[in-house]
Write a protein that binds this ligand. Structure first.
Ligand code: SF4
Ligand code: SF4
Length: 330
């Protein structure tokens, strides 16, 4: 094992394991609070990326292969822990309704923090990870764009670093927006994009922010699959919850496309949905994906190669709807 591999392993074991234990304990404490929204029988099990990485043979692990990628981890951990500890700062008698003016102000503040899109959804308990809980079932779902140029370099250390930076920025934005809601008299809990308490892609679908593709990722009209997701859980009852999903055509598009299936180096994307070990129906076979993901800088080829990450949503959909889809584009 080389010096660099040993160093990465040591950093992960000390920084990662200690902080991760801390946050797992905080998450457990949340489940003990009365009237929280808890997972149910059909809830998925969360994939613990840090523990997976710690257990993986260090000479093969390239997920955090550069110091620049590692650099973001302490800040990410701090902000996850902050999101959990800060629920103690919620007002004792919170307001439950929001005015159109304040919602507009909130959205403008979110945009100033580089939030790409915002949607609202009631949170079904089946989306909460097994043995986890959140304070409220009104979700404000947020997306943040990932840098196109860096995604195009996937798989690489540069791409992995940019992805970690996006996780960190979105986590910080989620905490800031939650603080803003609290200071205005609402109860809120920030979710973090890495190691969240809820499975974000189906929640984002419910909030009409996009639709899941065969690559298992949310595809958005604004940036295709090039987004990271998080959510804020709040007691605000009168949010403009989405009533339908306007991007359902993506599912039909995927049935004609299959680009990610062809491009996946691990042969991990199936033509048809499969049930993975956590009970979820998905096209991704984790057993084939994880080794590639851990050994090739977080891979991200399915994200880069998704037709909607490469070509404008409106152009692809226009061609698809008029049955004139250019085969060169998919
Ligand atoms: S991350 Fe890589 S290996 Fe995993 S599904 Fe995507 S393209 Fe395939
Ligand atoms: S590459 Fe094609 S099949 Fe795969 S998720 Fe994107 S649109 Fe769907």
């Amino acid at each position: 094992m080389g010096i660099k591999s040993r160093f990465v392993k040591k950093m992960l074991s000390t920084l990662g394991k200690r902080n991760f234990q801390n946050l797992i304990e905080l998450e457990e404490q949340l489940t003990q609070i009365a009237n929280t929204y808890q997972s149910v029988e059909e809830s998925p099990i969360r994939f613990e990326i840090v523990f997976e990485a710690i257990e993986y043979p260090a000479d093969k692990l390239k997920l955090f292969s550069s110091l620049r990628t590692m650099k973001e981890i302490p800040s990410i951990m701090r902000n996850i822990i902050k999101s959990l500890k800060s629920i103690n700062h919620n007002p004792e008698e919170p307001k439950t309704s929001i005015s159109d003016e304040f919602l507009q102000e909130f959205e403008e503040y979110a945009k100033s923090l580089n939030i790409a899109s915002i949607g609202y959804a009631k949170l079904p308990r089946k989306f909460i990870f097994k043995e986890k809980a959140v304070l409220h079932d009104n979700a404000i779902v947020l997306t943040m764009e990932m840098d196109k140029e860096k995604i195009e370099q996937a798989p690489s250390g540069k791409t992995a670093t940019m992805i970690m930076q996006t996780y960190d920025r979105l986590g910080k934005a989620s905490n800031k927006l939650t603080k803003y809601l609290r200071e205005t008299g609402y109860s809120a809990q920030a979710g973090h994009p890495l190691g969240g308490l809820v499975l974000y892609p189906p929640l984002a679908e419910s909030a009409d922010l996009g639709y899941r593709g065969k690559n298992g990722l949310l595809i958005t009209p604004e940036h295709g699959s090039r987004v990271r997701l998080t959510a804020i859980y709040t007691n605000i009852q009168n949010l403009p919850f989405a009533e339908k999903n306007n991007c359902k055509m993506i599912q039909e598009f995927c049935e004609k496309c299959f680009r990610c299936v062809r491009k996946c180096p691990g042969f991990a994307i199936r033509d048809y949905p499969i049930k993975n070990e956590n009970g979820l129906l998905t096209h991704i076979d984790n057993e084939y994906c994880f080794p590639v993901f851990l050994e090739y800088h977080g891979c991200s080829i399915c994200l880069k190669e998704c037709s909607f990450s490469r070509v404008e949503y409106s152009k692809l959909m226009r061609q698809f709807n008029t049955q004139s889809l250019d085969p060169e584009l998919i």
